[in-house]
Write a protein that binds this ligand. Structure first.
Ligand code: IMP
Length: 436
């Protein structure tokens, strides 16, 4: 069995796109299992730079089957656009499959999200505005519309009618109803997408099961990050899907015991986009420096990301929740020029030292980071391809992160290109991608 799950260990944007792109080079099947086009995966390869939102990053391996699984919230308009861009740039998309069980993001979900965010005032979540929360809300309310429903125009129109009536009621309750959207126009528009996407829509369950039973290399592609997970993240400042390894199993239909390796992706520092607590956030020149040097602006919304030091408290928590067997530590090169580097090893909460993540966002907001200072390496590591060639200080930083998080850093990113990757341990022999 060779199922590998790749999950974000922080608040998303950890560089999963690059890690998945690298591992997808030898994968037979790549499965996107949850979330929607609120995610943005940046991939830099021989064809250039790509921002993917729904299409699995395995699409660049023409031999891989790429699956959008039942757990995904699928905006067909966005997917059609994404496919067009890929095809225009010479990427083959015929390896894509869409689960007929995936729920569709409808135009009224976007309107509802805007209304809900507006009504929260100062407590707004800072949503990406892609309608993902309301889509999952309708799924839970059992009035969602699924990709498979696009196969039958009559049934689809009926479902649109129910979904829209419900959305209008909610908009009225929020005092944000500003006139009926045309039900038939919406259904017609979606049925146009159906004609484009029909060839991809399948029952993917037997395909996934078949791949597992023949021992195919399967990659489960996580989106967002564990700290945005609805159950375990910094609620209510979270996304609306399960961003853990367990969530990937649920969303993809891959049984938990089939997963033999789970990789936690962590940036060598922290970022967060949207509202909510972030104990190590730097609101000073160092934070601005990290943002500018690493170009930390959202792939989906363009918003400036909040930047801060690596937080080992939340990182240990997410590693524990996911049972990571490896870490992919990304963007280590961003720290190249710093004199000293701080690592948060505990929090001070109202005078008490704590080592775990409090349940409530307001408590986490009050936590003050307790830092350990490490010397910087003050030299470029962008061309290093072996761990042993790293400056001693960089090795020490990586080893300290491994120790604090509790898993080996088997992949280390030292630049955006595929070749700018140090592979060790589990990935040493399995990663020809890392060599120039
Ligand atoms: P939503 O998922 O669009 O509802 O946004 C909820 C929260 O999750 C907001 O703080 C977003 O900024 C954050 N979020 C959602 N998707 C991503 C992502 O892919 N990367 C980083 N943050 C995300």
């Amino acid at each position: 069995m060779a199922v590998t799950a790749v999950v974000g260990g922080q608040w998303g944007d950890e560089g999963k796109g690059k890690v998945i792109d690298l591992l997808a080079g030898t994968a037979d099947v790549v499965i996107r299992a949850h979330g929607g086009d609120n995610a943005g995966h940046t991939v830099v390869n021989d064809l250039g730079e790509f921002a993917l939102h729904l299409v699995p990053a395995g699409i660049f391996n023409p031999a891989a089957t790429c699956i959008i699984a039942p757990g995904v919230a699928l905006n067909p308009a966005g997917l059609v656009r994404e496919l067009e861009v890929l095809e225009q740039r010479g990427v083959r998309t015929d390896g894509l499959l869409i689960s007929d069980r995936a729920h569709l993001v409808m135009p009224y979900h976007l309107m509802l999200e805007q209304a809900q965010e507006g009504s929260r005032g100062a407590d707004a979540i800072g949503s990406t505005g892609r309608g993902i929360g309301p889509t999952y809300g309708d799924k839970v309310g059992r009035i969602g519309i699924r990709a498979g429903d696009l196969r039958d125009a009559v049934k689809f129109r009926r479902r649109v009618s129910t979904g829209l009536a419900h959305a209008n009621d909610q908009l009225r309750m929020l005092g944000r109803f500003d006139g009926e959207i045309s039900e038939s126009q919406m259904a017609d528009e979606y049925l146009t997408y159906a004609s484009r996407l029909r060839e991809f829509i399948r029952d993917v369950s037997p395909i996934v099961a078949g791949a597992i039973s023949r021992g195919a290399e399967i990659l489960l592609e996580g989106a967002q990050g564990t700290l945005l997970d609805l159950d375990h993240g910094t609620y209510p400042y979270a996304t609306t899907s399960a961003c853990t390894v367990a969530g990937l199993c649920q969303g993809s239909g891959v049984p938990p015991q089939a997963v033999d390796h789970s990789v936690g992706v962590y940036k060598a520092y922290c970022t967060r986009v949207g509202s909510g607590p972030m104990p190590t956030e730097l609101k000073d020149g160092v934070g601005d420096y990290l943002r500018e040097r690493a170009h930390e602006f959202g792939t989906t919304t363009g918003r400036a990301r909040r930047c801060g030091w690596f937080d080992a408290v939340v990182s240990r928590y997410t590693a524990r929740l996911n049972g990571f067997s490896s870490i992919a530590l990304t963007r280590l090169d961003i720290l190249d020029e710093l004199e000293t580097i701080s690592l948060c090893v505990a929090y001070d909460l109202d005078g008490s030292r704590i080592q775990d993540v409090p349940y409530d966002a307001s408590l986490l907001e009050r936590c003050r980071p307790v830092y350990e200072e490490l010397p910087g390496w003050k030299t470029s590591i962008s061309d290093v391809s072996d761990f042993e060639e790293l400056p001693r200080e960089a090795m020490r930083f990586v080893e300290r992160v491994e120790h604090l998080v509790g898993a080996p850093a088997d992949m280390i990113g030292v630049g955006p290109a595929r070749r700018q990757t140090i592979s060790r341990g589990r990935f040493r022999s399995a990663a020809p991608f890392a060599k120039p």
